[in-house]
Design a protein around this ligand. Structure first.
Ligand SMILES: Nc1nc2c(ncn2[C@@H]2O[C@H](COP(=O)(O)OP(=O)(O)OP(=O)(O)O)[C@@H](O)[C@H]2O)c(=O)[nH]1
Length: 547
């Protein structure tokens, strides 16, 4: 059944068909058929009608197969039919497209008719999920990186996911991986020539010169791969969503802010401190970025009491449940891509004060020092009515307490004003959101390989690399570093012992280059058959029937 084609298994039989548009009532439904029986199916459904001109749309009447073309046997009175001959088709096989009227009964009747077009059992069957794309891959019409990008395109929900996946459907990523692989294979070839011919042939370079020039090339490649991996991680933020944590003292207004951002009452807001005990997570599209926004339990120092307890001169102990809530809040913040520390102004008698809890400040300061991903919002600025000039002082106080947070990342807001008023920037929430989206842009734009490399746009496509690519690149980098370590140690030995010949185990070094090249081949699907089959299952899981 299977015949070899371009070194891969050719998926010639059986012919597959499927409804490629969404099921349900619609103006038009498109049925795709791929395989060697396309022409036979056409002649069975459109008996006596003109042959199709390849790649031209034609209007045809569809009848039940093997039946007289009479009104009784009519399936669809006018369908648009297109025929694409192999091999330059989306699947690499003959392809027939039937654009029929989108009524459920019409579609069902045409699908049933297609399955009856051949008397040979199993020659024509309904396609499995992703089978058209699988055939495109098997017939070299798409490589694995393009297949993955296609899967992402189909599941893209936000604008940024769409942009990322559409970029990946070109084969630029594969071209890059292939060029790296070829470079490694050439380097390996040079090294192996040393083993095979060094005894009886003269080389322009001495063995040690050759080893160090190969090491220089490999070193450059390691830098490129490392940049590519960093960009892949940035792309993963777009694909998987940016995790955001709201961190702050009880009653600072975390739940109120979450509700203002989401635009609905996703979290409970209450005057009672400690309302949020566990992480409340909401998925949201912010400016085209998929985000997972988490409201967390309030953080407070053990010695500090709530406002009510303070007034009554008593201290509240932190219960075990609250302690667990705080632990989860901190853990979630550590694991998040962005942390929003919510501080609030409070009324002390008639005076408005900023009394941030030390636990919140310490946690935010530590996070800001480790990664520059902390934004601060100073909430409840409506309490300042009439004393708005004091706001700058409060902002400065926050900046002093959190020196690693940039001043432009400290925002003053009022969740209450945002709730009550309808003005475009009520409560300054939209200004804060613009700042948040700027942070997303910074985190997800491509980085260049070196500081001198000012044009990061050539790295743009690296954002489309998937987690699978990144893991294989990690493995590739490991082998390259092994190689560099061997050359370095060998060169050192040569120098120390005054040897003329380089003391590097060339066989082992070449083996590392081979393993590194193989990792790159596995990314594009040009690896060994077993590897390819293994990833195919994972990649095609995402696909729907008809794609
Ligand atoms: N004046 C004023 N009050 C606010 C503002 N934002 C929130 N509040 C009030 O502050 C109180 C606490 O708000 P929440 O949003 O529940 O605070 P929280 O940080 O989620 O509290 P916990 O769940 O206890 O951690 C509620 O009574 C809110 O109405 C604001 O901008 N101005």
């Amino acid at each position: 059944m299977a015949t070899p084609m371009n070194g891969r298994r050719f998926y010639g039989d059986p012919t597959i068909y499927a409804l490629s548009t969404a099921p349900g009532r619609a103006a038009i439904a498109i049925i795709r058929i791929s395989g060697s029986a396309c022409k036979d199916i056409y002649h069975s459904l459109c008996p006596g009608q003109k042959p199709l001109k390849p790649r031209y749309a034609a209007v045809r009447t569809l009848y039940r197969p093997w039946a007289k073309p009479s009104p009784d046997n009519l399936l669809d009175s006018s369908a648009l039919v297109l025929y694409f001959p192999a091999p330059k088709t989306v699947t690499g096989e003959d392809l027939l497209e039937l654009h029929v009227h989108g009524g459920t009964a019409v579609v069902r009747a045409v699908l049933a008719a297609i399955s009856q077009c051949s008397s040979a059992p199993g020659a024509i069957r309904y396609a499995e999920a992703g089978e058209f794309t699988r055939r495109a891959f098997m017939n070299d019409r798409l490589d694995l990186t393009q297949v993955e990008a296609l899967g992402d395109t189909l599941s893209a929900n936000t604008e940024q996911q769409r942009r990322l996946s559409v970029r990946g459907t070109t084969n630029n990523l594969s071209i890059r991986y292939e060029s790296w692989r070829k470079m490694l294979l050439a380097a390996r070839g040079e090294l192996e020539a040393l083993i095979d011919f060094s005894e009886d042939q003269h080389f322009d370079e001495s063995p040690s010169e050759l080893a160090s020039s190969v090491a220089d090339q490999v070193q450059d490649l390691v830098l490129l791969i490392d940049t590519h991996r960093r960009n892949a991680m940035r792309g993963e933020l777009l694909r998987n969503g940016i995790a955001i944590s709201l961190l702050g003292a009880p009653n600072a207004g975390k739940s109120s802010l979450l509700n203002r951002i989401v635009g609905r009452e996703a979290a409970i807001v209450s005057q009672e401190a400690g309302t949020t005990r566990d992480v409340v997570e909401v998925g949201i599209d912010l400016g085209g970025y998929l985000c997972r926004l988490g409201d967390t339990a309030g953080l407070r120092s053990a010695v500090l009491a709530t406002a009510k307890a303070q007034q009554e001169h008593m201290q509240e102990k932190i219960s075990m449940i609250e302690e667990e809530g705080m632990r989860r809040a901190k853990q979630r913040a550590i694991e998040s891509d962005v942390v929003i520390a919510v501080l609030s102004l409070e009324l002390e008698g008639k005076k408005v004060v900023l009394k941030p809890d030390q636990e919140v400040i310490d946690t935010a300061a530590e996070l800001a020092e480790q990664k520059s991903n902390v934004l601060v919002v100073l909430n409840k600025i409506d309490l300042l009515s009439g004393h708005a000039s004091e706001l700058e002082n409060f902002r400065r106080q926050v900046a002093d307490a959190l020196p690693h947070v940039r001043l432009e990342n400290i925002f003053a807001i009022s969740c209450r004003d945002a709730e009550i008023f309808t003005a475009p920037d009520a409560g300054h929430i939209p200004s804060f959101l613009s700042g948040l989206i700027r942070q997303f842009e910074d985190m997800t734009s491509a980085v260049a390989a070196t500081d001198d490399d000012t044009d990061a746009s050539i790295w743009q496509e690296s954002l489309g690399a998937t987690e699978r690519h990144r893991l294989l690149l990690d493995e590739c980098q490991f082998h390259l570093e092994q190689f560099l370590g061997q050359v370095e140690a060998g060169t050192q030995n040569t120098e120390d012992s005054g040897l003329e010949e380089i003391d590097v185990d060339i066989v082992l070094a070449a083996e590392n280059l081979r393993d590194a090249a193989n990792c790159l081949a596995r990314i594009t699907g040009k690896g060994e058959a077993g590897d390819v089959e293994e990833v195919l299952g994972v990649v095609f899981e995402k696909f729907c029937v008809g794609k």
